[in-house]
Design a protein around this ligand. Sequence first.
Ligand SMILES: C[S@@+](CC[C@H](N)C(=O)[O-])C[C@H]1O[C@@H](n2cnc3c(N)ncnc32)[C@H](O)[C@@H]1O
Length: 192
Amino acid sequence: MQLQTFAEYALKEVLSRKNNKVIKVLSAGCASGEEPYTISIILNEMLDFQYSFKIDAIDIDYKMIEIAKEGIYGQYAIKDIPGEYLERYFDKIDDERYRIKEVVRKNVNLYNLNLIEDRTYEILDEDYDFIFCRNVLIYFSDDIKRKLIERFYIMLNEGGYIFLGHSESINRITSAFQIVKANDFILYRKPL
Ligand SMILES: C[S@@+](CC[C@H](N)C(=O)[O-])C[C@H]1O[C@@H](n2cnc3c(N)ncnc32)[C@H](O)[C@@H]1O
């Protein structure tokens, strides 16, 4: 699973050479919040007390951001979450629904923003360690993809990673990133 590669490979690699103790993540095209909340759970599990973290999560679809803010998920959405984590990070509402706990929410900032509007980049930071943009590039022309990837390059710390969807590649668009193979996944890393 790609998020396992994030946890076991990329996060460990970034932590091994990080000067400050803050991890910053952007979830670009976060839909109804499963991605940023899962990353928040992973960081809660993996980081020791010296570290803090912040996850900015954006989506163009207002309704998706409202669902993400509500943070209530049905059986299907939580089907891959191990029982131990379900107990630790969710409150059971009834047999069908679970509410994500405050400890997971508190580091996730949700915004209804469009990735291809300039004003989005006035709101977002320029020092992310990880950018997740999975299954979103499919919506854009090569020209827009190129502009977006240039933005991501600027917004990433040196040595930071981009995670794309399984079938997505930016090889045709740019050669600015190092290509890292970890498990069965291709990750893109901004050179140090
Ligand atoms: C297929 S979903 C992927 C969700 C999540 N990243 C994942 O892989 O599970 C694509 C998401 O990208 C969002 N999206 C599409 N165009 C966008 C844009 N220009 N700016 C921000 N989000 C966008 C859609 O609203 C949708 O929620």
